[in-house]
Design a protein around this ligand. Sequence first.
Ligand code: TDO
Length: 188
Amino acid sequence: MAAGHALQLEALPLEGLLLFTPPRIEEERGLSSAAGLARIGMASPFAQDHHCLSRQRGMVRGLHAQVAPRAQGKLVRCTRGAIWDVAVDVRTGSPTFGQWVGVTLNAGNGNQLWIPPGFLHGFCTLTDHTEVHWQCTTPSDPTCARSLRWNDATLGIEWPVTDGQAIVSEHDAAAPPFSAVIDWFHYA
Ligand SMILES: Cc1cn([C@H]2C[C@H](O)[C@@H](COP(=O)(O)OP(=O)(O)O[C@H]3O[C@@H](C)C(=O)[C@@H](O)[C@H]3O)O2)c(=O)[nH]c1=O
């Protein structure tokens, strides 16, 4: 990538969350963008790739995490449309336990959210036909999967949809409340 087009990196208010904006070179054929965690001294330990399509605006997926021995970090990007992407700190002992951060990820600027193990993840589509891609540090393992109700009042997440507008899966609608989070992760 040409000099002067650096990867932008923003540390978000909850320790461990990082927002990347890779450089994008616009040229006559379209654009080119390259980013590598190695550029900022992080290993790139991804074990699995996911790609999902949400047909409608206002679809909420989450909140999801995987616990040990398959605790999972994720690097999330939106490759078509836009999402409101949310991470919740559920590391027991963390000074920000129960706090959340939300960012808009969109295909236009290619920004990416790094969510380390210890956070729940969820998103709401802001456009129809939204595609999201994420890389995970561990393979999916249903025995380690944990969910929390996306609209739990204790968390107070500001979603761009009301409870009545949101389109959620049966599984996510039946997820337990915040009080179910008991020692899923430990703050180191
Ligand atoms: C995650 C996963 C799903 N599937 C299948 C199961 C199901 O038929 C379909 C959709 O699965 P889910 O309902 O779990 O998909 P979804 O609700 O999109 O789950 C995702 O939500 C976001 C917020 C995350 O953070 C992700 O890690 C993941 O948990 O894909 C697999 O076959 N392998 C996998 O590894």
